[in-house]
Design a protein around this ligand. Structure first.
Ligand code: 1DF
Ligand code: MN
Length: 359
């Protein structure tokens, strides 16, 4: 672990730091993963992702596995040491999406119940996202309703594609219908690339969080935009991590080439949409800085999205880098924008109540 500037040197805070893309895995899920990994025909991306973390003797892998399964002392200790007051937690990638349909549908509620119990043990520190099995869109829609009504969760996590299938396919749209009706944003979190895409990335060692994740999740978000999801569900909100998987930087060219592609009737899959791609990015997305503690990129993203749509995230435990909190705190940022980034936007989007010890 690196040494990091002491948080003691930071200015007094009048706001909570809420980290919004934090991960956990129930040990029960790792048991299911072990069974999947033991089979002969295991998905190549899954093998290179969780297959690595669950078997590597490296310090990084061992640390991550220890942190993932803990929802109590170790996690709270790391939060305290990094100055993170609240974690918004999702089922780690690929969650249930790598499982067969029946296992996925039955395990998603189990994982959600485990997370809800941890929220009750640490009500001021942990906030849960609802895991769903897209393999059964109707069951996923029901689990969103149960998560809101019974588990006090107000957001959904989906780890990008489900065995090579994308949510742009209308068969998945009951999930969006439920999310829009229940006012639950969907965190579209990365997954290992599908087998049809991953080989050229693996041969260069670039398939994971280093680059492949961003390419694949950015593609997924664009597929939602170009397939007309947001014309059908105008209030739906998608959250993207990793500074929007670079999409704000693409926005100008996306608008130009989308218009050109539509006009030339080049592909039946690109039909006219009511708005420009950049309009949907600004109106139907929120972006977190997970994994990117870089002032220039954050300022650009706040400028593009507006400061009310950009949120803080650490990406614990995959990027447990406490020094990045100090880097972000020391950026030149207006006080109300800093408070929106660390606290207000997350409280609004995830419906997080004030701390119980607040005056
Ligand atoms: C990694 C990164 C793995 C993230 C993840 O899930 C993950 C990684 C297995 O570094 O290998 O969610 N991440 O969000 O950046
Ligand atoms: Mn993550």
């Amino acid at each position: 672990m690196s040494t990091y500037p002491s948080l003691i040197h930071l200015p007094q805070r009048s706001y909570r730091r809420i980290a919004t893309e934090e991960a956990f895995s129930p040990p029960e899920m790792l048991d299911i993963y072990n069974k999947i990994l033991a089979k002969g025909d295991v998905d190549v991306g899954f093998k290179h992702l969780m297959g690595f973390y669950m078997s590597s003797p490296s310090e990084r892998a061992q640390h991550i596995m220890r942190c993932l399964v803990d929802l109590d002392d170790l996690r709270l200790q790391h939060m305290d040491e990094a100055g993170v007051d609240v974690q918004v937690i999702g089922l780690t990638s690929p969650g249930v999406q790598i499982m067969d349909k029946d296992t996925a549908v039955s395990f998603a509620p189990v994982a959600n119940d485990i997370l809800a119990a941890a929220m009750r043990r640490h009500p001021d520190r942990l906030v849960g996202m609802i895991a769903v099995a897209p393999q059964d869109p109707a069951a996923a829609a029901k689990e969103i309703q149960r998560g809101v009504n019974q588990l006090n969760m107000h957001s959904v996590v989906i780890n990008s594609h489900t065995q090579g299938e994308y949510l742009s396919d209308t068969k998945f749209w009951p999930i969006f219908e439920a999310a829009e009706a229940m006012d639950t944003p969907i965190y579209l979190h990365p997954n290992a690339m599908p087998a049809s895409m991953i080989q050229h990335f693996i041969e260069a060692g670039l398939d994971g969080a280093i680059y492949g994740f961003g390419v694949e999740t950015g593609l997924h978000a664009l597929r939602l935009i170009t397939s007309g999801v947001f014309d059908r569900f105008p209030k739906l909100q998608i959250i993207l991590g990793h500074m929007g998987e670079a999409l704000p930087f693409w926005a100008y060219r996306l608008d130009y080439m989308h218009a050109a592609t539509v006009k030339s009737k080049r592909y039946p899959s690109i039909q006219p949409t009511k708005k420009k791609p950049s309009d949907y990015l600004r109106e139907n997305f929120h972006i977190t800085n997970s994994g990117v503690a870089w002032g220039a990129a954050l300022k650009f993203t706040q400028d593009f999205m507006g400061p009310d749509r950009v949120l803080y995230a650490m990406d614990y435990p995959y990027q447990y880098a406490p020094e990045e909190v100090a880097i972000l705190e020391n950026l030149d940022m207006a006080p109300q924008v800093r408070k929106a980034f660390f606290q207000d936007n997350a409280e609004r989007l995830f419906k997080i109540p004030p701390a119980s010890n607040a005056i």
